[in-house]
Design a protein around this ligand. Structure first.
Ligand code: AMP
Length: 500
């Protein structure tokens, strides 16, 4: 029976009658149809239940990106379980923390890591899945039969995703069936995805972007995905002439721009390039348009809220902004308990069916960030222009307070990025004996001729003295995580002793 609360029933309903159509195509293996995808999900669900998974149990997963891992995600949720994907870069010690916190019933990992992880798995049953989709999980799945989704309420959990934890311990964001289903059905409409689409899927599937935005939107649309195991500029360019959409982090776009083969002709069949998870430079936006004729559509979201704002599909996609609140999502920009006037900077709060259920076993943290009336305090500083476009100006915790004055790193970074010979920059605050914090600019040159003095001199006329960097440091590249986010915490740690 069709369960309208159940994420997987809803995803499956979207391709009913089209079971023989391809869902996933790969550069180097046979395609997988919608029918095969969900049949595999049913087998996974049956195998997990046989391993003791009960409704509400967590299934922790640290595996390579494969279609079998997608079937494991669908199967876990089908079985009433809570899917808990982990970044493949996490070490055994890091995974030990997540397992201790989430106490999953089952841990699925790469066979090469099984011995190490067994020692920290506690009561979890450890099974394996490798980069080719083989392992003890696959063996346990083979030969199993049909499975009806276990009944769930709309607010029951479907997934827990740990935040990247740039401050303190990582927190488990609890996402319900309705959180996920409502957001991706809405995005499908907003971005006009249909069964004519072919989405290039090159994002990791342990993160909200690749798992929920890309995968769920494609499934709800009945679209096909070109399923790549990771970012590969050549494979993306090969796929482009017959694809229609790409979802990427900003680094996808800067890396693709470095490829000569990226041309207007190659992108002629594409209808949509989407960017998110980190700020897209205005420069990248402009270069992309010049090279391909397409204006990238930038959107904004986070693990806790799914997608909250987006530039319009029809209408102006304004570079440097994240657009408007999505349908069903309210947004407000606050300081000291009141909304700020247009143009002023404050902390962005959002509310809607997209907002998560709280942090796993952290009621105090939940209470700090999720107000009783449903507003979630994102921790992102933002401003809204007179036309309603929202711009993210950085994380609240990245704000630099120097001599009692607030400096928003984005303001300084934007000016630095405009200096000829600069590729990009990150502005941070580091401890300073007089000022409390000092503004420091870490700059990546695009030309050998650039000097730190030239950067400082270029800023001298445009910026108030207190906003000017006390030091400019040239580096070959900025530290970034897999989602393309600049790791400011790492930069602050590296340069903490500059003025000691
Ligand atoms: P995550 O939970 O890993 O998806 O990270 C969410 C954070 O990424 C947000 O709180 C923002 O700080 C940042 N972020 C996501 N999308 C954008 C964007 N389009 N522009 C600027 N920052 C973004």
């Amino acid at each position: 029976m069709y369960d309208q609360n159940h994420l997987i029933s809803r995803l499956r309903a979207a391709s009913l009658g089209h079971e023989t159509r391809n869902f996933a195509v790969f550069p180097a293996r046979a395609s997988v149809t919608f029918g095969e995808l969900f049949a595999g999900a049913e087998r996974n669900a049956a195998a997990l239940v046989a391993m003791g998974v009960q409704p509400g149990d967590r299934v922790a997963v640290q595996v390579h990106k494969t279609i079998e891992a997608i079937q494991l995600y669908l199967g876990t949720v089908m079985a009433g379980g809570v899917f808990l994907p982990l970044n493949t870069a996490y070490t055994t010690a890091e995974v030990a923390y997540f397992l201790g916190d989430a106490t999953p019933r089952v841990l699925v990992c790469d066979p090469e890591r099984a011995d190490d992880l067994q020692s920290v798995a506690g009561d979890a049953k450890v099974v394996t899945l490798d980069a080719n989709g083989a392992g003890s999980l696959t063996d346990a799945v083979v030969g199993r039969g049909g499975f009806e989704p276990v009944a769930r309420r709309a607010d029951d959990l479907a997934a827990i995703l740990y935040t990247s934890g740039t401050t303190g311990r990582s927190k488990g964001a609890m996402l319900s069936h309705e959180n996920l289903a409502s957001n991706s059905t809405m995005l499908k409409e907003y971005w006009q995805f249909s069964d004519h689409d072919v989405l290039i899927h090159a994002l990791p599937i342990f993160h909200t972007h690749g798992l929920f935005v890309a995968t769920n939107v494609a499934l709800f649309a009945g679209a096909k995905v070109v399923f790549l195991s990771g970012f590969d500029a050549g494979a993306i360019l090969d796929a482009m002439p017959t694809a229609t959409a790409l979802m990427g982090v900003p680094t996808f776009y800067t890396r693709l721009l470095a490829e000569e083969q990226l041309t207007r002709d190659r992108a002629a069949n594409m209808r949509l390039f989407i960017s998110g998870s980190a700020p897209l430079l205005v420069d990248t936006h402009e270069q992309w348009e010049a090279r391909t004729g397409h204006r990238i559509l930038e959107r904004y979201g986070m693990t806790e809220t799914n997608m909250s704002t987006s530039n319009p599909y029809d209408g102006e996609r304004r570079a440097g902004t994240v657009g408007f609140p999505l349908p069903g999502v309210e947004a407000r920009i606050m300081t000291d308990g009141a909304e700020v006037p247009d143009g002023d900077i404050g902390v962005l709060e959002v509310r809607g069916a997209n907002v998560f259920q709280g942090y796993w076993q952290m009621p105090e943290k939940t209470a700090e960030e999720l107000r009783p009336d449903g507003w979630f305090i994102t921790g992102d500083m933002a401003k809204r222009d007179a036309d309603g476009y929202i711009t993210i100006v950085g994380r609240e915790k990245d704000l630099v307070i120097t001599g009692g004055f607030n400096v928003y790193p984005k303001e300084v970074e934007s000016l630095i990025d405009d200096i000829p010979g600069v590729l990009e920059s990150a502005v941070i605050g580091v401890p300073h004996p007089d000022f409390g914090e000092a503004v420091v600019a870490v700059v990546v040159p695009s030309s050998d001729a650039l000097t730190a003095e030239a950067v400082a001199a270029a800023l001298a006329t445009d910026l108030a003295k207190f906003k000017q960097p006390k030091q400019v440091i040239l580096v070959p590249e900025l530290p970034r995580n897999t989602m393309g986010k600049v790791q400011k915490k790492a930069l602050r740690e590296e340069h903490a002793g500059l003025f000691a």
